[in-house]
Design a protein around this ligand. Sequence first.
Ligand code: NDP
Length: 507
Amino acid sequence: MATQTESRALTPTTDRGPASWGLGEGQAIPWEYAPAPEARDLVRLRDRYGLFIGGREVEATGGGTFASVDPSTEQSLAVVARGTPADVDRAVRSARRAQPRWAGLRGKERAKYLFRIARILQERSRELAVLESMDSGKPIKESRDVDLPLVAAHFWYYAGWADKLEYAFPGRVARPIGVAGQIIPWNFPLLMLAWKIAPALAAGDTVVLKPASTTPLTALLFADVCRQAELPAGVVNIVTGPGEIGAHLAHHRGIDKVAFTGSTEVGRTIARAVAGTDKALTLELGGKAANIVFEDAALDQAVEGIVNGIYFNQGEVCCAGSRLLVQESVADVVIDKLKDRLATLRVGDPLDKNTDVGAINSKAQLEKITELVAAGVDEGAELYQPACELPERGWFFRPTLFTNVAQSHRIAREEIFGPVLSVLTFRTPDEAVEKANNTAYGLSAGVWTEKGSRILEMARRLKAGVVWANTFNRFDPTSPFGGYKESGYGREGGLHGLLAYVRLEDR
Ligand code: NDP
């Protein structure tokens, strides 16, 4: 077993300069950050939340509940209604009743609601960002600066399409699909809600949404946003509860479309449930993206992109750049730079504005990451982790880097969904393409090179839905996102994302 842990205790003993810090000549003095916690009381959390059906908050049939837990403290944040199949039936009936009238509104009237929702999301973005970080464990600087701006941007963007459907698909008439059943995961709870609800509403569809059971709270705050926007009752319905609720929704005869984001395993069961019906289906599943660094790349910039690619949102990202493919001639330099950069990442309280890596979403996910990292060590890869201190409570995992990784290792093949990077090397562009495509997934990839022609050539040959060049993890509501192979099918975002919520007819 080969392990290596960086152990730099960079605490000054005196204020007499670099030598007293245990640093060599020319090395920078490290600065510690004082805690800068965002205020938790920006959110007025209630003790208990119901389901959102027909524009009203209602109890679950049978009155069951479950707790939503803060992964950084392991404390319950609130108690949430445990929906049952009967509640899914109620929600689908409510969405069905509301749909003809919603679709019958003129496009510019539907747009007004979407614009209003977008504006309220922006007005309440601090509150929503804090709750997102409390419920999911993601750092506040990400929920505040990435998730929430993108959430509002999706509503702004699709609001713009609502009154332009007749121009969206030239020569075709776009009709609403009807009622959409939408099942979302815990890694970007509010953003996945926005990706799904905004295009559906613009198209004239109504929805029943099932959030992940570890992160239901921002969806329930979104229900409040819908009420504030005076969205007609039944257009958006939210049923919280366990995975079986999602299964019941996917099988439901009263829905016309299923949109799912989550694991490939559950995606398969949903594809089976929908097969043979006339339901439309989009699946956004797992990934094992290659982030490819050529020797001519701007290496410092690439290192930032690699760090963003895999440690953003604790690596709990379907398109995370979890496999680094680095050209052999620069591998040592890149790995050294990466280790130095890892030592500066701050792991801890998600609500601290200086935190880079927050809490892992659940105990189960932490166990999965721990198990796969142990498998990497057992299979002979070399593990590196910076010596950062982890909080005593909560589910945290050190940013992790594996070198000496073989293609056959589990850490190179399986989606870890954690802050774990596997480094492989290549000599030629052909070898890079071969290794990058040697995966069951095909969601995203990154290419780092100064050569424009190489970027275009690589983008053509990489079997991935999104290929980023000299950047990583960039999202925009106008740009379609989705995968190939076991990463699913269908696209979200942009005009392609709208297409997933309409039926096209000849004029
Ligand atoms: P799941 O696929 O189980 O969960 C995603 C959503 O589907 C949740 O709302 C979940 O509900 C719901 N669900 C669970 N079972 C069913 C079912 N049989 N039919 C319909 N819906 C269902 O992901 P996990 O949370 O279990 O995570 C496991 C792994 O999946 C991760 O380690 C990661 O590798 C991958 N993953 C990928 C994501 C992506 O963005 N592509 C997102 C999340 C996970 P509930 O939460 O109540 O179980």
